[in-house]
Each structure stands twice: as C-alpha cells, then as structure tokens.
Design a protein around this ligand. Structure first.
Ligand code: 1GP
Length: 249
C-alpha cells in the first residue's frame, strides 16, 4: 500500500480521523488555502478535494496547489468522475459507486481515469462508495438508487461486497448538505460486518452528530458544508475545533 493509506492506518491505531472536504466549485484557492492551514492547526488529518459539478481542470488544479502550498496535510482527490483528477494531489479515492444504476459510475469513469492516475503517480486508494438517502446532488448525478435510511442491512451487504471485491475502504455517504447524517444504526451494522476502515459523511454539522457517528463505529468522519459555509474564516475555525473535538473525544 502507498504512503497516504499507510498514514491513515497508522493514525487509526491511535484515534478516529477527521477529513475536511473542499469543493473547488464552492471555494476559491485562497479560501481553500486558509481552511487547509487552519485544519492542520486544529488537528484535522487530511484534506479531500472534489465535488459532483465543476470540480475539474484549472479550477481543481488551482485549489489543490493552493492547499499543497499552505499545509502539509495529505491531499486526497474525491472525484465525481474521471474529470476530478489533478496531478498535484498526493492520492485519490479510487472509488466505485456500488449502488449506482449506471455502469459509468461503477467502472466506466474509473477506466477513463486509470491511465491518468498512473501517469501522474497519484496514489490510488480503492474505495466502495455507497449513497444513502437522501443522497443529495451526488445521488442524483451518480444515478444512484439511494439505500433507504431504515434498511441498514442493505448497506451492510453492499459494504461487505465491496470488501470482498478488494476495496480497502467503505464510505457511507448521505450527500453533501444532507438534512440528516447517515443513521447511527446503519453505521453500527456496517461496522460489525466489515474489517476495512469505515468513512462516514454528509450532513454532519455538529460535534454531537460527529460523536454519534464515531460511537456507532465510524473510523473517519468527513465534513464539508459546515466548514465551507460557516460564514467567515473565524467561524470556520470555530467549527473545525468543535467538530474535531467531537471526533477525537
Ligand atoms: C460529501 O460527505 C461529504 O461528499 C461531506 O458532506 O458537505 O454535508 O459535510 P457535507
């Protein structure tokens, strides 16, 4: 396994992790740089970069470069398709949207992006990506059949299938800006069934919600909207501290 994946595993032996997601369509390179810098100061573990719409090309490169210049945290691409690849990033969640109804999001975009990942030497981290209701933009764009919130067993079956297919992370995604995060009962059942680290994101805005996800069994918590839409950099810092405290305990 590569450097970033090893870093994740080593840290997970000691604590739960907090990844901050920045969407290049929502933040300028300057804002991204400041948020990444603050994230590192307060103890966030990695920066994810991506989004479902417009997080491509120069806009994406500009944000990744700004983050690399302002912090030493690992940068992990979180692509909406093969367009979400930047040569400036350290690694990429090489993800398959397992509950998509469209093969493009299961294996098609992956094939279109694979040579680019190799050429740029970006570390691929294979990940099973599962969309849970409500799913928000990524659910719609990704042609997902979102897993009902009250059906934890379906999520667990997909998660285990992902692990058996060789994926080394499982991500339960309620969708960016979701009104409610993934239910703790679902997190708990998935965690009981799989052996690989479990990532949870979408709609996590408070320390209590982050804590509940961690207590249910999440290994890594992703927060985006709560930081990006905090209103000011000062408020973003307060949010980062609050969420980090919820996650690290
Ligand atoms: C979205 O899970 C991430 O892909 C983060 O969601 O923006 O709601 O924090 P939020």
């Amino acid at each position: 396994i590569g450097k970033v994946e090893r870093y994740i595993h080593e840290k997970l032996e000691r604590e739960k992790l907090h990844f901050v997601l920045l969407d290049p369509d929502d933040v300028t390179p300057e804002e991204a740089a400041r948020i990444a810098e603050m994230s590192e100061e307060v103890g966030v573990d990695a920066i994810m970069i991506g989004g479902s719409t417009g997080a491509e090309g120069d806009v994406l490169d500009g944000v990744v470069r700004a983050i690399k210049e302002s912090s030493s945290l690992p940068t992990i691409l979180f692509p909406g398709s093969h367009g979400g690849i930047s040569k400036y990033a350290d690694s990429i969640f090489f993800m398959s949207l397992l509950n998509s109804t469209n093969p493009f999001f299961i294996t098609g975009a992956q094939a279109l992006g694979a040579f680019q990942v190799k050429r740029y030497g970006i570390e691929p981290i294979p990940m099973a990506y599962l969309i849970i209701e409500p799913g928000e933009t990524v659910g719609w764009v990704g042609d997902a059949k979102p897993i009902p919130r009250h059906k934890p067993k379906i999520a667990a079956a997909y998660a285990l299938a992902g692990q058996y297919l060789g994926m080394r992370l499982v991500y339960l995604e309620a969708g960016s800006g979701a009104s409610q995060p993934v239910p703790p009962e679902m997190i708990a059942l998935v965690k009981r069934v799989i052996d690989v680290p479990l990532i949870v994101g979408g709609g996590i805005r408070t320390a209590a919600q982050a804590r509940a996800a961690v207590e249910a069994g999440a290994d890594i918590i992703v927060t985006g909207t709560a930081i990006e839409k905090a209103g000011s950099l000062e408020k973003a810092r307060e949010k980062l501290v609050e969420l980090n405290r919820g996650i690290k305990g």
